[in-house]
Design a protein around this ligand. Structure first.
Ligand code: SF4
Length: 198
């Protein structure tokens, strides 16, 4: 069973396993005061998508479609959660005020569709819009400059790996959200040799 709940609501015994599914830590809550089995920020909508949506109900349907596209490209993140939900209760925690149109509602629908093996209610085969193509930028490593420090491989192993020559390379540009790649690889590379492909 998959439940959803505001992160500000009290912990209840039948919550089961509790996971925060927002990318940002909720305001006003101390980490030590929140009972959690995990903070699944890698499963949250990308920052670009979240900012575009802005909790505008008029964008809800399209938000769900775009979020589903992101989740489909990030199955490593949600498959363990799905397996847990097959046999146990999980509760997805979110911070938004809107109880009906938020990322936890969309994520629950996405996971429940897979639990029941029912077809998706959103069309992920629709051609990507120009805006979405812009969102799915590729990342690459300038291996002539890479000094093999390993930071990108260590921080974002679903995207970067070492080649036989010891240089880093990108093997799955969609292996992590863009902001993770930006913050944990591009921004920390000591020789600034990781770039977005425009
Ligand atoms: S962080 Fe930069 S220098 Fe270090 S391995 Fe990755 S690409 Fe190479």
């Amino acid at each position: 069973m998959i439940r959803i709940k505001r992160v500000y609501d009290p912990h209840e015994p039948d919550d089961g396993h509790r996971f925060l599914v927002d990318r940002l830590w909720p305001r006003g809550i101390k980490k030590e005061s929140l009972s959690l089995d995990g903070w699944l920020k890698e499963m949250a909508p990308s920052t670009v998508l979240r900012n575009w949506f802005g909790h505008d109900p008029a964008k809800w349907e399209e938000f769900c479609r775009r979020y589903t596209v992101e989740l489909e490209a990030n199955s490593k993140a949600w498959r363990p959660l799905l397996e847990t939900a097959r046999t146990q209760t999980i509760t997805l925690l979110f911070g938004a005020h809107d109880m009906e149109c938020n990322n936890a509602v969309a994520l629950r629908s996405f996971l429940e569709a897979r639990l029941s093996d029912s077809p998706l209610t959103v069309d992920t085969t629709k051609p990507l819009s120009r805006e979405e193509k812009t969102m799915q930028k590729n990342v690459w490593v300038d291996q002539d400059v890479c000094i093999s420090c390993g930071l990108c491989v260590e921080n974002v192993p679903d995207v970067f790996r070492f080649t036989d020559s010891g240089k880093a390379e990108v093997f799955d540009p969609a292996g992590a959200p863009e902001e993770t790649i930006q913050a944990e690889a591009i921004d920390v590379c000591p020789v600034s040799c990781i770039h977005w492909k425009e």
